[in-house]
Design a protein around this ligand. Structure first.
Ligand SMILES: Cc1ncc(COP(=O)(O)O)c(C=O)c1O
Length: 437
């Protein structure tokens, strides 16, 4: 029999881990959720807790960086460039309100009922027509994050190779890691994957390539048209499925879109879309457009996971889309984000030391900063959020975005949720913190 004290300690840890998992699984740090503070003492009466073990998978999930940032970004005196969340003032509140009233007036019982795993047919048809796809290829998911999880379940076994950009979206690494693949980072520059440096051998044994061609998270970069064709050819020849994750595709500041990987190579690409960045992330409506064989398998996996995404939210999203309001909505978001991006670029230009480098995104939500080599972004964060600072600034250190070889001399800045004046103040302080590291 275990000694009570050690059980109680283990339960406290379990409680903490469970809390973390719930936090991560529901709304992770990358989308900027700020949970209520957790008491450090264990509040579960030990006799009510089953003395069971977590699975090997669950035990592997960690959240150290997450905790650190969450603890501080909740504080109003912190200028936070850390969240990956959209600007809430862009949410189409009135449109959604009207759509809600219409749903309750016209289709309340259907909207509150269980429904098909594939999703609400008119919404799937709307998506299929925009992507020149067959409706059977479209599955509605609970945010595109769920699509990442379903794809991992469908395609990954321990040890299989997953190709990723360097750096890449942390949420995808998290979803894939549970299935214990072996990641291979592909060399990248400002135009995306350096396809000229790749040989067929780099892709030969891989199961999938996870790519974000448009305004990538975390760097904000845009893959060039030429590289899109090259990467499709390369992966097609090697028989590697491309997962094209595109939540930011509509957020190009000039309103133009380059060809999607899916449109170049439809039979070899699973395209992930989301309404989180163009309507509201709280709706949790995303989708996959994939070859029909894969969509069918993802649908089975989704059925096991949650039966279907919220019937109500799907209808709500559809009402707004069908009203024709999306183009104007996207235009508003683009204009706001372009002006904030500009404010951040100007502030960087005015205040950063010569050795600090950054990119100039043409859309999306992020700027990637490369620090002088001796400057560790994790230590810089600790310094920047210290209570002793008159202006506290938060950002996300670069290391966790790397699947294989973490780099600490880089960081991600989001420019969308802070107004221009606070952007100027925050960047000025960050520059000072870098200079005095
Ligand atoms: C690249 C990328 N993929 C997927 C997601 C998940 O988005 P959602 O589940 O809200 O559609 C995010 C969220 O920020 C993201 O940045």
């Amino acid at each position: 029999m275990p000694i009570f004290g050690s059980w109680s300690k283990a339960f406290c840890n379990l409680h903490e881990v469970a809390h973390d998992l719930a936090r991560i699984a529901k709304i992770r740090w990358d989308i900027g959720y700020q949970p209520p503070a957790v008491s450090s003492s264990c509040s579960f009466p030990p006799e009510l807790i089953m003395p069971t073990e977590l699975s090997r998978r669950a035990r592997k999930l960690t959240s150290s960086v997450i905790r650190e940032i969450l603890k501080v970004t909740a504080s109003p005196d912190v200028i936070s460039f850390a969240g990956g969340i959209p600007a809430p003032e862009t949410f189409p509140v009135d449109l959604l309100h009207t759509a809600c009233e219409q749903i309750f007036a016209e289709e309340a019982r259907e909207a509150l009922q269980y429904s098909l795993t594939e999703g609400f047919l008119p919404l799937r048809q709307w998506i299929a027509s925009r992507h020149s796809a067959d409706v059977d290829q479209v599955l509605i998911t609970t945010g595109s994050q769920q699509a990442l999880d379903l794809l991992a379940k469908a395609l990954l076994d321990p040890g299989v190779t997953v190709l990723v950009e360097s750096p890449t979206y942390l949420g995808a690494l998290q979803a894939f890691s549970l299935f214990e693949p072996s990641f291979r980072e592909l060399p990248c520059d400002d135009a995306g994957i350096c396809t000229a440096e790749l040989t067929p051998a780099d892709a030969a044994d891989a199961r999938l390539a996870y790519l974000m061609p448009n305004f990538q998270n975390p760097t904000g970069r845009l893959m060039s048209a030429e590289r899109r064709h090259d990467v499709c050819r390369l992966m097609g020849d090697a028989g590697v499925l491309i997962v094209e994750d595109d939540p930011y595709g509509e957020l190009g500041f000039n309103g133009q879109r380059l060809q999607s990987l899916r449109s170049i190579h439809p039979e070899g690409v699973a395209y992930l879309g989301s309404f989180s960045k163009v309507l509201a992330p709280g709706l949790r409506v995303g989708y996959v457009v994939a070859p029909a064989w894969l969509t069918a398998k993802l649908t089975q996996l989704k059925q096991a996971a949650d039966l279907h995404s919220s019937t109500f939210d799907q209808r709500l999203a559809y009402r707004v889309l069908a009203s024709g309001a999306l183009p104007a909505q996207i235009d508003t978001i683009r204009k706001l984000y372009a002006s904030r991006c500009d404010a951040m670029l100007q502030a960087l230009q005015a205040s950063m030391a010569a050795e600090v480098r950054w990119n100039r995104p043409e859309g999306g939500m992020f700027i990637w900063l490369n620090l002088p080599p001796q400057c560790d972004s994790h230590l810089l964060l600790q310094k920047s959020i210290a209570v002793a600072q008159s202006t506290r600034v938060a950002f996300v250190p670069g290391a966790p975005f790397h699947a294989v070889a973490p780099r600490s001399d880089c960081l991600r800045l989001s420019f969308v949720t802070v107004d221009a004046e606070r952007i100027r103040i925050g960047i000025c302080q960050l520059a000072e913190n870098i200079r005095t590291m």
